[in-house]
Ligand binder design. Structure first.
Ligand code: CP
Length: 336
């Protein structure tokens, strides 16, 4: 039985294949009673559309139920600092709130984005570990500082669904412009996923937006073990040569991590990093466009790409539900 779903790196190739096969099976052959009577607690400390809706839909489709807690609801203000005298606005500490929420369900999903103050703290997943240490139930990472495994499993399924070659497939993870500094969770874990799938992966990014060495090393090892490769470039034409997929995502400057003003100054010069048709000239003719969503039209990517045949973002988002159904089925002991 699955106890945690936190990082695809925790799973063998066979275990990942089993989850993908189960996701496909549950799509083709629904099991509306598999999780009858089971409850999933969903704690969102950061905003969401897809993760929030797809987990609830997944539980309903498997015959179970779920409930959501987030700071936007009329809950007591939550405090997370250690040793604080709680004489301010917050009336409840996570040390009570999290185990209480977990106690109502059979498993819990937790989302807490990176603080984006200190790269080492975020890389160590200090905030997320503090939350999961309070839980004595199976738990799912619904996006932490550095990981988004549900997105990763859905993306792997999407690549399979579109018959994008694993070995020999060319995957470009491209930085894209965004007015705000965004977390590293999606780019870091997407990079690992494509590498783990055995693809030839290129990280296309401007100077100052290099992914951390530990992230690159983890992906490089995975790629080499799976028969793929990893390189990085700031040259769009070179990176896109023969590409089967471009996966666009914006992320924070690692050179100026935690320094909002310096990051802003650097990214302000880069608003031409908006994916558009000319990017695809050197690519494979049917090169696909992927993005985890939400995406800013006309900022990250042109309307024509999102609305055209290259885009597979809606299929990718639907796969979130199917991938999570597979995870929940294995975690909560689903029976056909
Ligand atoms: N891709 C993703 O996780 O979307 P949400 O932030 O809307 O959940």
């Amino acid at each position: 039985m699955l106890k945690t779903f936190n990082d695809l790196a925790d799973f063998s190739d066979e275990e990942i294949r089993a989850l993908l096969d189960l996701a496909n099976r549950l799509d083709a052959h629904p099991e509306p009673e598999a999780l009858k009577g089971k409850v999933l607690s969903l704690l969102f400390l950061s905003p969401s559309l897809r993760t929030l809706a797809s987990f609830q839909a997944a539980m309903v489709r498997l015959g179970g139920g779920s409930f959501v807690i987030s700071p936007d609801m009329s809950i007591h203000g939550l405090e997370s600092r250690h040793g604080i005298v709680m004489d301010g606005v917050a009336a409840e500490h996570i040390r009570e709130a999290v185990p209480v929420i977990a106690s109502y369900g059979d498993a819990i999903g937790i989302r807490a984005f990176a603080e984006r103050k200190n790269l080492e703290d975020d890389m160590a997943e200090n905030e997320f570990r503090a939350l999961t240490s309070l839980v004595d139930k199976p738990w799912i990472n619904m996006e932490s500082a550095m990981g988004h495994p549900c997105q990763n499993l859905a993306d792997w399924k999407t690549l399979d669904d579109y018959a994008v070659p694993a070995n020999g497939g060319k995957f470009v993870l491209s930085w894209a412009y965004h007015p705000k500094a965004l977390p590293l969770a999606v780019p870091a874990s997407t990079l690992y996923t494509a590498a783990r799938r055995g693809m030839d992966v290129t990280v296309l990014r401007p100077e100052g937006f290099e992914l951390p060495p530990a992230v690159m090393d983890k992906a490089r090892t995975a790629a080499e073990n799976a028969g793929g490769s990893l390189r990085e470039s700031d040259d769009r034409r070179e990176a896109m040569e023969g590409a089967h997929v471009i996966y666009a995502k914006s992320w924070s400057s690692t050179r100026h991590y935690g320094d909002r003003i310096a990051d802003q100054k650097l990214r302000n010069e880069l608003d031409d990093w908006c994916v558009d048709e000319p990017w695809f000239e050197p690519a494979a003719p049917d090169c696909r466009f992927m993005h985890c969503l939400p995406v800013r039209r006309g900022v990250v990517v042109a309307d024509g790409i999102l609305d055209g045949p290259r885009s597979i973002v809606i299929h990718e988002a639907r796969n979130r539900m199917l991938a999570q159904m597979a995870v929940l089925h294995q975690m909560l002991g689903g029976k056909a």
